[in-house]
Design a protein around this ligand. Structure first.
Ligand SMILES: Nc1ncnc2c1ncn2[C@@H]1O[C@H](COP(=O)(O)OP(=O)(O)O)[C@@H](O)[C@H]1O
Ligand SMILES: [Mg+2]
Length: 376
């Protein structure tokens, strides 16, 4: 997968960007506040149609002095070239694929796959469960574009169900309809996540071992807090109807509490990932170095998992990584990047010297939202 051309108009402080990236490494250098992360955000948006920055509005994405932001890319995958275009105005986003308006995002998702790694990713382990759910959901989305719309369906049912649970006189027949939808979409989400974990786990284990010198076993487990007793991941995947029954039973068991509190107490929106080293909870016991190595391993494993299981190389966006990783870890990361047979990478940095790359690269200097190409 290659981003052959990128064009941005009035996107944040990037008023007019036209670049033709290198098929391998693209270095974006510049001082702080010049627009490096914004450029990565633009690429990310062309993939996910939303930003990776939390709580951003359409207005924030459009240049302070503009009315509309335009993002365009030419993407090559296999023998095919596709053109994507996103127009952002205050009222909403319009998506185009090869010049045609996209009505259903499920027709668009999967056109461009990106994996981003930036300084705030340390929060995957240290932050709230929602950060870990976001990690797993992004990873699945890259493998199965349909997951993007499945998650939206689940979120919609959840929202409707929660609104209904808050009404003073509960419409039981409507609740029964929502329950069916909730179980249907909830099961899909759970199955995708468990399937992901099963295949991701060995890749993570191997990756962690290769980047962290001590012989520790990294592990990750899907953590469901809303069921009593033990949860058997393998059984849940193998046994037909297991997850449906689990959700149905749990909804019934929590019916009283739900009515009291006015929201849904069970389901994948409450779940978490539990990361351990040699069986010990990362969150409670890990040193900062171990935490960073673990997060790096998760990101590298996310890419490797896509390459090995789905046979394609996503585009990597590395935002200021050398500021977050120590020298040893930075070396491991770049060894991994150079060792990939293919795969396009965009790397931002304030200091060229931080990036140990000499070959197969293009260098872009970003200053005040404008880009110039240099060759040293
Ligand atoms: N909608 C916008 N219009 C104009 N400038 C913006 C907008 N949103 C953010 N910016 C500017 O973008 C700059 C930050 O860009 P960023 O890409 O995060 O910098 P860095 O190069 O450090 O990664 C800030 O100066 C900020 O004011
Ligand atoms: Mg930045």
């Amino acid at each position: 997968m290659l981003l052959e051309a990128l064009r941005l108009r009035d996107f944040r402080n990037l008023r007019g960007i036209d670049i033709e990236p290198h098929s391998r490494f693209n270095l974006l250098t510049g001082a702080n506040g010049q627009g490096k992360t914004n450029l990565l955000e633009g690429i990310y948006l062309l993939s996910a149609v939303k930003s990776f920055r939390q709580k951003t509005t359409n207005r924030n994405l459009i240049n302070f002095e503009g009315e509309q932001a335009i993002l365009e890319a030419r993407i090559r995958r296999g023998g095919h070239v596709r053109k994507v275009r996103i127009e952002i105005s205050e009222g909403g986003k319009k998506v185009y694929l090869n010049g045609e308006s996209v009505r259903n995002l499920s027709d668009f998702f999967g056109t461009l796959n990106v994996v981003i790694f930036g300084p705030e990713d340390i929060g995957i382990l240290k932050g709230s469960p929602s950060r870990r759910r976001h990690f797993i959901d992004r990873a699945i989305f890259n493998a199965h574009p349909a997951y993007g719309t499945e998650s939206m369906h689940y979120d919609d049912v959840l929202k409707n169900r929660n609104a209904l649970l808050k009404t003073p006189r509960l419409d039981e027949s409507l609740l029964a309809v929502y329950d069916d939808q909730f179980i249907e979409w909830g099961t899909k989400i759970l199955r995708r996540r468990l399937d992901f974990i099963e295949h991701f786990r060995p890749v993570l284990r191997r990756t962690f071992r290769s980047i962290f010198s001590a012989d520790l076993e990294a592990n990750i487990a899907y953590d469901i807090s809303w069921i009593d007793g033990r949860f058997d991941e393998a059984q849940a995947l193998e046994e037909e109807g297991y997850l449906e029954a689990l959700l149905e039973h749990s909804l019934r068991a929590s019916a009283g509490g739900e009515r009291e509190r006015g929201y849904t107490l069970v389901g994948p929106h409450r779940d978490d990932l539990k990361a351990t080293l040699d069986g010990r909870d990362m969150r409670a016991f890990a040193s900062q170095g171990q935490t960073r190595a673990f997060v790096l391993a998760m990101k590298i494993a996310e890419v490797t998992h896509l390459e090995e299981r789905y046979h394609f190389a996503p585009i990597l966006l590395l935002d200021d990584v050398s500021s977050e990783l120590d020298r040893e870890r930075t070396k491991k990361l770049f060894a991994f990047l150079k060792g990939r047979a293919e795969g396009q990478v965009f790397i931002t940095t304030t200091h060229r010297d931080h990036i140990p790359l000499d070959d197969e690269l293009k260098w872009f200097e970003i200053h005040g939202g404008a880009v110039s190409t240099t060759d040293h």
